[in-house]
Design a protein around this ligand. Structure first.
Ligand SMILES: *Cc1c(COP(=O)(O)O)cnc(C)c1O
Length: 460
């Protein structure tokens, strides 16, 4: 018999409880201390400081309890204090905190590579390398693709987000705040990065454009403007994250994958946000049976500990000379132990199934609300989309497709006021995204969705 998420016993009561006038005195004092010492460039969307977190609840230092519909940006899928992860971390840290796998290796790194090779799509021979952050995984996937193919060009998509390091800023599509701001640019950016159109069903000029046709549009641009023979890699988020939870039209990813294969181009699936049961499958590419050459992973992989990975075709990864890949902290033993435990919890609690359940519950309610508002001539919910527990509402000016970032901000603020943490995203800043921990109870999720519905109704 498999355990279900309903059987999880939480340490903290799974209940929202906030004072009307938060932030409280302790959070206000911390904000003042912070202002004097933390760089202004690091912004926080919530003005309270965390004391504890478990399941779908975050407690602040003044005793408020918030519903977490963001999971620290899709990280704490197993919850912020999963007992299995905590136990594994404690066990590992009592033995050694670090030795560096490149100096004196240890078993947990190897065991995690075995798990990732097993869980990622495709039954081909695979190899894995571990790093610390999503951006670092993306950087290394591109390094491997360039060295293995002997080519330079890398193709990314409109609305893409791949990180904040120099190369990954170049791959990212959104200028503000990631690449530049009012004070200037973080560039110059890495060369040999090219951008092509994404499949964005809600915003296609031709609403009947198929996924295969959208892929052909991108492919033609690559062939005409770069030359397929010069392209080392095409990198794509199978469901785009920061860009707006954009799910490409069916057939887009398979067509792109087939063309990449035919042209000796490495297909890199950036599953940093969409991986690890988030979309109702281990990986988002699984929904269409796409097998990438290299897959990048981070965020949900290790129950909140910093860890990232690339897993890919053995012939590509092993093309790199000994010593060509690595890093001081990559695959830290405590983080590896956490990842092994988090993967164990995902399997034990069937969190992929749980993500599908969340999709069913939430999209049913969101579609009903979309209809209700349209009936009241307040059609501000332009699109409801996503997979599993990676769901989004694209907000527009009523009756148009014109992005409405002001409403989006107002809705997120109204939710927060009621004690529900909700993130926004999107190239146009007009997308509400739902990324609850996969272990969240139905009761808490419904409470959060009640608040969200109220906030949209009140501000529409
Ligand atoms: C968050 C994210 C990254 C960057 O990960 P970091 O750990 O913040 O460096 C890269 N790709 C995608 C798709 C992401 O969502």
């Amino acid at each position: 018999m498999t355990t279900t998420a309903h059987d999880i016993v939480f340490r903290l009561e799974q209940k929202r409880r906030v004072q009307a006038d938060f932030p409280g005195p302790k959070s206000i004092a911390l904000t003042e201390r912070r202002r004097a010492v933390v760089a202004a460039g690091v912004a926080s969307s919530v003005p309270v400081y965390v004391a504890d977190a478990d399941g779908g609840i975050i407690h602040d230092v003044d005793g408020n309890a918030f519903i977490d519909l963001g999971s620290g940006i899709a990280v704490t899928s197993v919850g912020a204090s999963d007992p299995a992860v905590i136990g594994a971390v404690k066990e590992a840290v009592e033995h050694f905190t670090h030795t560096c796998f490149m100096v004196t290796p240890y078993e947990s790194y190897v065991a995690l590579a075995e798990q990732l090779n097993r869980l990622t799509p495709g039954d081909h021979e695979k190899r894995t390398v571990l790093f610390n952050s999503g951006a670092e995984a993306v950087e290394n996937a591109v390094k491997v693709a360039r060295l293995a193919t002997g080519r330079d060009a890398v193709v990314a998509f409109d609305h893409a987000y791949h990180g904040r390091t120099n190369l990954t800023m170049a791959l990212t599509a959104k200028a503000m705040p990631y690449k530049s701001g009012p004070a200037g640019s973080f560039g110059p950016f890495a060369p040999e990065v090219y951008r092509v159109p994404m499949s964005y069903p809600y915003r296609e000029e031709n609403p009947d454009l198929t996924g295969a046709e959208a892929a052909q549009r991108a492919i033609t641009m690559i062939e005409k403007q770069i030359g397929a023979g010069l392209v080392a890699a095409v990198i794509i988020e199978p469901i785009q994250g920061e860009g707006g939870f954009i799910v490409p039209a069916e057939g887009f990813l398979p067509a792109l994958a087939a063309w990449a294969r035919d042209n000796g181009i490495v297909l890199i699936a950036d599953e940093v946000q969409s991986g690890f049961c988030r979309t109702g499958e281990w990986f988002a590419v699984n929904h269409e049976g796409v097998v990438p050459d290299i897959i990048t992973m981070a965020k949900g992989i290790a129950g909140g500990m910093p860890l990232s990975a690339i897993t890919g075709r053995a012939d590509l990864l092993d093309a790199v000379h000994a010593g060509g890949l690595g890093g001081t902290y990559g695959g830290n033993p405590v983080a590896c132990a956490a990842a092994l435990a988090a993967i164990g919890s995902m399997e034990e609690y069937n969190l992929a199934g749980r993500a599908r359940h969340i999709e069913e519950l939430a999209t049913g309610r969101l579609h009903a609300l979309q209809k209700e508002l349209a009936g009241a001539r307040k059609a501000v919910m332009g699109d409801v989309r996503g997979r599993g527990a990676m769901l989004a509402i694209e907000l527009v000016h009523a009756g148009t497709k014109q992005p409405n970032p002001e409403l989006t901000k107002a809705v997120a603020a109204a939710c927060l006021q009621e004690g529900v943490i909700i993130l926004t995203c999107g190239t146009y800043g007009n997308v509400i995204r739902l990324l609850p921990p996969l272990v969240i109870t139905d009761e808490l999720l419904n409470d959060g969705l009640d608040v969200l519905a109220g906030a949209i109704r009140a501000n529409a």
